[in-house]
Structure formats: C-alpha cells, structure tokens
Design a protein around this ligand. Structure first.
Ligand SMILES: CC(C)(COP(=O)(O)OP(=O)(O)OC[C@H]1O[C@@H](n2cnc3c(N)ncnc32)[C@H](O)[C@@H]1OP(=O)(O)O)[C@@H](O)C(=O)NCCC(=O)NCCS
Length: 178
C-alpha cells in the first residue's frame, strides 16, 4: 500500500518523514507519552530515526500505516501520531498520541474518525482493537467517543521493558453503530 493523506480541513494526517524527526523527538520527551505509550524511555534522536525509517516506512507495505497528525491552522505543525498495526484477518490495533498543547481540542477525536473511516473503507478492515494501560482515562474517553466498546481489562496483559501492566481492551466493528 502506498502512503496516502487524510484530512477534514482541521487536521491533516500525512505519513511522517525524515523532516519530522526533530518534532517527534521533542514530542516524545512528554512524561504522559512516556507513561502511557510504549515509546522507549529515555527517548533519543536515534529512536525517532528508527521509527520513521523502519516502523513507518516498512509499515505501509505490510498493512500497518502510520500518520503524523498536523494542525492545518498552525502551518501543518506536527502535533501527534496515529497508526494501525495489522492483525490477522482484516483487523488492526489502533494507537495514538498528541503533544500536550494540542490536547483538549478534539484533534484526536477528528483523527480517529478519519482513520476509522479509512480502515473500514479503502483498507477493507472490519475490526479495530484499542488497548491502553489500565487507568488511561483520556485515551479511553477518545476511544469511547469514537464508538469503541471497552470490553475489559487483561491483567498483566501489557509488557514494557521488564514491567507488566494491566491492559484495557476495546473494539470497534464495522457493524457497530457510530
Ligand atoms: C490520549 C490523548 C491523545 C487524548 O487527547 P485529548 O486531547 O483528550 O483528545 P481530543 O483531541 O479528542 O480532545 C478531546 C477533548 O477535547 C474537547 N473538545 C474540544 N473541542 C472539541 C471538538 N470540537 N470535538 C471534540 N472534542 C472537543 C472534548 O470535550 C474533550 O475533552 P474532555 O476529555 O475533557 O471531555 C492525549 O491525552 C495523549 O496524547 N496522552 C498521552 C499519550 C497516550 O496516552 N496515548 C494513548 C495510549 S493508549
């Protein structure tokens, strides 16, 4: 699959490239992104280089697209990231983060809507899974507003480094009312 953009006029989702490495490094210093996502800690320049060149560039060819979230009204500044990780049989796990000054304005809700619509449309998926470390109420609120059903908590279901954490899991199916 070739990279493609998504936009609703407020956010522009475009795959991140080498020119975005500095912005990604800066964003991933945020304590909340380090606490609630699986980005390496401490997050260094080479992590962003590897992310862009390996995870992002390789992902589009294997059904795992990643988009940088850009705020149109702010010169298309990179304010976040959202992506799908392919799972067997027309399913994928969705993941996301926003920089702190972009939160609380509905930008992630808009981005999730664009990605879910593309996933169930041109990508041909019929199931999207959301996972978050238990207690991540802001991510859960975004997921529930987007129509995900939170189904429960997998005890010890997430591993970061040598730490095991409880994992909330939810799903959105094409057949769900949105
Ligand atoms: C999870 C995360 C992306 C949520 O960000 P967010 O700003 O709450 O999400 P949104 O951009 O959709 O904003 C929603 C909020 O904006 C408000 N809002 C303002 N204008 C809005 C609009 N036009 N449309 C929708 N919501 C709007 C909503 O009321 C909502 O506020 P509330 O949560 O107080 O009810 C963010 O907290 C984050 O990056 N956290 C760290 C990383 C992380 O946890 N990632 C997820 C791992 S599973």
């Amino acid at each position: 699959m070739e990279p493609f953009d998504l936009s609703d006029g407020t956010v522009l989702l475009r795959t991140p490239g080498a020119e975005d490495v500095d912005a990604i490094v800066a964003a991933c210093q945020d304590p909340d992104i380090q606490e609630w996502t699986t980005v390496p800690t401490p997050y260094r320049y080479e992590h962003a280089v590897g992310f862009v060149h390996d995870v992002v560039a390789g992902g589009w060819g294997t059904g795992s697209p990643t988009w940088a979230i850009r705020e149109v009204a702010d010169g298309e500044r990179l304010v976040g990231m959202i992506g799908l990780t392919a799972q067997p049989v027309r399913s994928a796990e969705i993941g996301w983060w926003l920089v702190p000054d972009a939160r609380g304005r509905g930008l992630m809700g808009r981005s999730v809507e664009l990605v879910v619509t593309a996933a169930f449309g041109r990508l041909g998926l019929d199931r999207i899974e959301w996972r978050a470390f238990a207690g991540n109420e802001s991510s859960r609120a975004v997921a529930e507003r987007a129509g995900f059903t939170v189904e429960g908590c997998i005890r010890g279901g997430a591993v970061t480094g040598d730490t095991r954490r409880d994992d909330w899991v939810g799903t959105l199916l094409t057949t769900d009312r949105r």
